[in-house]
Design a protein around this ligand. Structure first.
Ligand SMILES: *Cc1c(COP(=O)(O)O)cnc(C)c1O
Length: 375
């Protein structure tokens, strides 16, 4: 008989969702937009410490509009972290701009500031100053924003922070997504909180957020008839989804605490094993530990055997993200560095990390890993 499935990261309801969704339905605010959209935006502003939030249908849509608002257009260079999910980079191609990838640093697994500087200097010298920088707080670990913000400031290049995996993470109390021109959140089903699908664009530039709302609702000019002087998108979140979001955000602190407990548990059970390495938080960094990730030294253990053993016991695990510069679709793009993220991809694993995991489930994960490396 199959053991019950243990998921990598499954939705975790708070208990308030039905009440808020019922309220939205009872008031006939199914669409368009509505009071829960306004409320969720207000609550996110407070939580993320920004003055503007536009709720959108996905994190990907938020990255797309962020790039448009920065003014990214055909043939512009956009510098993007290579170690990420493809949704960070695809919107560069939506606008026919040119992605150039930057490898990671070992301290955070996110964009390496030294390689970023090298790339900026090289393109500036060629007379092709990069139009934007996309930095990612992968797996919830904040990127090295001190150095990246300083560099971007020196060369006057706007930053878009992909904080899709990092709601609840911060550096010295400053939330991920609030360090730069634009921040992006995702409420996809696998993220730390979910609206069943959704995203948000964050900024302290309220005018830009107003413009994002305009573009996201078909770019209707102010006129009695339908008039359009710009290309519009249908990217706004529904009031029903936002009602779920209000419920989910109300318990975010508990969700962060549970994910961090997962990390602490796995660390305690596995970190004494030679060749198993966890990513620790630099001082003043606070990760929501969206997924617990570790690397396994291939000269000591075969990661395939561990992954197969987990799959056989109906436990979902995943390799780390495959870097963009070795993805078929981005193979022709320039890359600065590359070895760090390639190594992480080859050696890394994500363990089940949902905030709803029970201790028994985590014990099952550990016992399968331990027996797979001892066999
Ligand atoms: C999930 C994710 C996205 C995309 O968010 P969606 O809401 O699924 O469109 C973008 N970047 C990263 C790093 C993600 O993990």
């Amino acid at each position: 008989m199959n053991k019950p499935k243990i998921w990598l990261s499954s939705p975790h309801l708070s208990g308030l969702e039905q009440e808020y969704v019922r309220d939205a339905i009872d008031s006939n605010w199914i669409a368009p937009l509505g009071p829960y959209v306004d409320l969720f935006e207000e609550n996110l502003k407070r939580f993320c410490q920004v003055s503007g939030v536009a709720l959108l249908i996905s994190g990907t849509a938020a990255i797309h509009l962020g790039l448009k608002l920065i003014g990214v257009a055909q043939n512009d260079i956009v510098l993007c972290q290579s170690f990420t999910f493809s949704a960070s980079a695809n919107p560069i191609l939506y606008e026919k701009a040119t992605p150039v990838f930057i490898d990671s640093e070992l301290e955070t697994w996110n964009m390496c500031p030294n390689l970023l500087e090298e790339a900026i200097v090289k393109y500036v010298a060629k007379g092709k100053k990069p139009k934007a920088i996309i930095v990612v707080h992968l797996y919830g670990m904040p990127a090295n924003m001190d150095k990246i913000v300083a560099l971007a400031g020196k060369f006057e290049i706007p930053i878009l922070e992909d904080a899709a995996e990092a709601l609840g993470s911060n550096i010295d109390g400053k939330p991920c997504g609030s360090f730069s021109e634009f921040g992006v959140l995702s409420f996809n089903g696998n993220k730390i909180i979910t609206t069943s699908g959704g995203g948000a664009l964050l900024s302290n530039n309220e005018e830009a957020i107003e413009k994002a709302r305009f573009l996201a609702s078909q770019a209707k000019d102010f006129a009695p008839h339908y008039q359009h002087s710009e290309i519009g998108y249908n990217y706004r979140l529904s009031n029903i989804s936002a009602a779920i979001g209000v419920a989910q955000l109300s318990i975010i602190k508990d969700r962060v605490a549970s994910r961090r407990e997962n990390y602490e548990y796995y660390l305690k059970q596995l970190s004494h094993i030679e060749g198993f390495t966890f990513l620790s938080e630099p001082t003043t960094y606070f990760s929501n530990r969206w997924l617990t990730t570790l690397t396994v030294d291939p000269s000591i253990y075969n990661l395939d055997i561990i992954n197969l053993a987990l799959a056989k016991e109906n436990i979902e695990s995943r390799p780390l993200w495959k870097p963009m510069h070795i993805q078929p679709i981005f193979m022709d793009c320039d890359i600065f560095g590359g070895e760090v993220s390639e190594n992480l991809f080859n050696k890394g694993i994500c363990l089940p990390s949902g905030s709803n995991l029970t201790l028994e489930e985590k014990e099952r994960v550990i016992s399968v890993i331990i027996s797979s490396i001892n066999s």
